[in-house]
Design a protein around this ligand. Structure first.
Ligand SMILES: [Zn+2]
Ligand SMILES: [Zn+2]
Length: 183
């Protein structure tokens, strides 16, 4: 298959690479239909991400069609159209249970970083049941690819850096003289 491979700072090429195969029972192989070039990929290419080693297929966003699933994958089957999360998550470790998927002990941001990514004809997705999302029939896949990373990252940065939460909003809307029933 064709794949965009990082060969060290400032070096990349469209190479011929083997189609990925299942490495764990929880994996899926996805045929890519759309992917992106993220700002993070440009950082890797500039040499800003030393944890991404030369030889890595880049890309962590995209949509595609499931080709094959491991024996432990129960939510997806061959032929399903899926959105790929830039964050792989097992759904079971302590971090995943607390909703901190990017800290997943066997996942997080690994696609196009620690393992081969989505800027290729096929990609292997670990923890497929909890790292892929089904695409409804007739959905605009070109718009949906923005949900792999771009929209959620913007949302997270705005919400976290803004210190905004339902509780914070509630507290700020309560007149000071009432105090807080929880304090
Ligand atoms: Zn990205
Ligand atoms: Zn996890």
């Amino acid at each position: 298959m064709k794949a965009l491979v990082y060969h060290g700072p400032g070096k990349k090429s469209l190479d011929e690479r083997p189609v990925p195969t299942l490495a764990a029972a929880t994996d899926a192989i996805v045929k890519m239909t759309r992917t992106t070039i993220c700002g993070t990929d440009l950082h890797i290419l500039k040499g800003d991400v030393p944890s991404c080693e030369p030889g890595r297929i880049l890309g962590h966003e995209g949509v595609g069609i499931v080709q094959q699933v491991g024996s432990a994958v129960s939510s997806f089957k061959s032929g399903d159209r899926v959105l790929i999360s830039c964050i792989s998550s097992c759904g079971k470790c302590d971090y995943c249970r607390r909703g901190m998927y990017s800290h997943c002990t066997t996942g997080g941001w690994i696609l196009g970083h620690k393992i081969d990514g989505t800027q290729a004809e096929y990609v292997r997705i670990p923890h497929a049941d909890t790292s892929l999302y089904p695409i409804p029939a007739g959905a605009d896949e070109e718009a949906l690819v923005m949900l792999s990373d771009i929209l959620p990252t913007g949302f997270e940065c705005g919400v976290l850096n803004g210190g905004y939460s339902p509780a914070a909003r509630w507290q700020s809307s309560v007149p000071d003289r009432l105090g807080s029933p929880c304090s």
